[in-house]
Design a protein around this ligand. Structure first.
Ligand code: IMP
Length: 189
C-alpha cells in the first residue's frame, strides 16, 4: 500500500488519520518515517503553519506528506488564542486562563470554534483544506477525555472532553478537515 507520512507523533491524530485513510494509505508517523525535525511555526494562519510542517518533512522523506495545524478561536476575544493556542499558557493552565478571561461574558457571546488546516504535499504539489467545529465556551471544566481546550469547549450538550474519541472525531475540526482531504485525494474534488 502507498505510504503517507503524517508530520506528527501525536497518537490521537494518527489514529484519526488511519481510520480515515484506511485502505488507500498506510499512515506513518514522523517517527516511523525516521524524521526528527521541528520547524519554527511562524506563519500567521493555520494553513501557513501546516504548510511549513508538511514541507519540512516532505523535503526529507520525498513521500506524500500531510501536516495539520489547529487552534481555538473565540469570537468575543477577537479570535484569540487562534494560532497561539499551543503557546497561550502551560497545558494545565490553558482552560483556566480562558475561563478567567470569559468570566463576565454572557451566554450569547460565548461562541467559539476550533479550526484545523490540513496540507498535503506530493510530487504534484500542495493541497490545502480547512475544517471547523462550532461551539461555545462553558463556565467550568467538564470531562477528562481529549486534550487542550476540550474540557471548556461545549458542542451540543457536552464538552469535547465528555465525548468518546469516536464521538469527537465525528464532529471535530480535524476529522472534518481530514475527511475533506480524503475526498480531494481520492476523487480529485
Ligand atoms: P496543534 O495543531 O497540535 O499545534 O495544536 C495547537 C493547540 O490548539 C493545541 O496545543 C491545543 O491546545 C489546541 N487544540 C487543537 N486541537 C484541539 C482539540 O481538538 N481539542 C482541544 N484543543 C485543541
Amino acid at each position: 500500500m502507498n505510504k503517507l507520512v503524517f508530520a506528527t507523533n501525536n497518537e490521537n491524530k494518527l489514529r484519526e488519520a488511519r481510520e480515515i485513510f484506511d485502505g488507500i494509505f498506510e499512515v506513518l508517523s514522523q517517527h516511523d518515517a525516521g524524521v526528527y525535525c521541528d520547524p519554527e511555526e511562524n506563519g500567521s494562519t493555520f494553513a501557513e503553519n501546516a504548510e511549513i510542517k508538511a514541507k519540512a518533512v516532505y523535503d526529507i522523506v520525498k513521500l506524500p506528506v500531510i501536516a495539520d495545524d489547529s487552534g481555538l478561536c473565540i469570537d468575543v476575544l477577537d479570535g484569540r488564542p487562534g494560532v497561539y493556542s499551543a503557546r497561550y499558557a502551560p497545558d494545565d493552565e490553558k482552560c483556566a486562563k480562558i475561563l478567567a478571561e470569559m468570566k463576565d461574558i454572557p451566554d450569547d457571546k460565548r461562541t467559539a470554534y476550533f479550526e484545523c488546516a490540513i496540507v498535503y504535499i506530493d510530487e504534484n504539489g500542495v493541497k490545502s483544506v480547512s475544517g471547523k467545529c462550532m461551539g461555545k465556551i462553558g463556565y467550568e471544566e467538564c470531562g477528562t477525555n481529549g486534550f487542550g481546550y476540550d474540557p471548556i469547549f461545549v458542542y451540543g450538550e457536552k464538552t469535547l472532553a465528555e465525548m468518546t474519541a469516536d464521538e469527537k472525531n465525528a464532529v471535530s475540526h480535524r476529522g472534518n478537515a481530514l475527511r475533506l482531504m480524503y475526498d480531494i485525494i481520492t476523487k480529485g474534488e
